[in-house]
Design a protein around this ligand. Structure first.
Ligand code: 4FV
Length: 261
């Protein structure tokens, strides 16, 4: 995977390229990554990349010419690369989209500033409009980093352990199970015994229930979207049964005490 980021602040990416998984993926040539300064493609004396909006109003808009030139130059550098504009107008980023982008050979990420980019850039130079969420940033750079981070870790070899990414949150449409490490007791709080048992089947079953319960409590919407497997259906039915038992005994007692149901 090859990344070229188009931005008026390329130096913002220096710390991003030189730390953690991204740094190692670059060193191991699993990815190549660079940030190009859009100003380099503004050929007027002051290398102006923004201008006042037609129709008036506050703020500035990024000019189409430098952007178009920068995108075309980057497309030369990475044949077949797809262009991504980071914008609140875009499809909201998620793990499925990360997986789709991770199958590509190259990504050219266009980071807007000011009020945004001239709309004519989006017509035939942008393949994906992606938003990282329904809020407004000062620039697309941090959004670009989020895309590169989430996509890179899905590229084989980037995470070291081959299957690490498969166990991710959202990899099976659910949140991850709870994680524990040493010490066994922290401020009086113990690690669940089953995790110390070495009994892998029981540990797997505990982790499934932990992931299912956390998803049920924190993100029930994910379970509505998800194709539940047999074990998950069995577990949810077990919980439903237990909950009905509890409620029925509550109502029975309430009835006996003549309390309001
Ligand atoms: C954004 C987002 C975002 C809008 C105008 C930068 C700003 C300025 N990008 N997801 N949310 N961008 O707010 O991706 O150009």
């Amino acid at each position: 995977m090859h990344y070229i980021v188009l931005t008026i602040f390329p130096q913002m990416f220096n710390p991003f390229w030189t730390h953690g998984i991204i740094r190692r993926a670059i060193e191991n040539k699993i990815i190549s990554a660079s940030a190009a300064d859009i100003r380099e493609y503004a050929h007027d004396r002051h290398q102006v990349t923004d201008d006042r909006p037609y129709g008036g109003g506050s703020g500035m808009v990024m000019k189409p010419e430098p952007l178009a030139a920068a995108i075309r130059a980057a497309s030369q550098e990475i044949p077949g690369a797809k262009t991504v504009l980071l914008t609140p107008q875009g499809k909201v980023f998620n793990q499925n989209l990360a997986r789709e982008l991770a199958t590509l050979n190259g990504l050219i990420l266009v980071c807007g500033r000011y009020e945004g980019v001239d709309e004519r850039i989006c017509h035939d130079l942008i393949d994906y409009e992606i938003s990282i969420g329904d809020y407004v940033l000062t620039g697309g750079e941090v959004a670009g980093m989020i895309i590169i981070d989430a996509v890179t870790r899905l590229i084989p070899g980037a995470l070291g352990g081959e299957d690490a990414a498969e166990k991710d949150s959202f990899s099976n449409g659910m949140l991850e199970h709870a994680h524990y490490t040493r010490p066994r007791i922290f401020e009086g709080k113990k690690v669940p015994e089953v995790l110390l048992s070495g009994h892998h089947l029981e540990i797997e079953s505990w982790r499934l229930k932990s992931a299912l319960m956390r998803t049920l409590l924190k993100r029930p919407d994910l379970l509505l979207q998800k194709d539940l497997d047999r074990q998950e259906v069995k577990t949810l039915n077990r919980w439903r049964y237990d909950i009905e038992e509890i409620l029925n005994s509550h109502y029975k007692k309430a009835g006996e005490n003549g309390e309001k149901k």
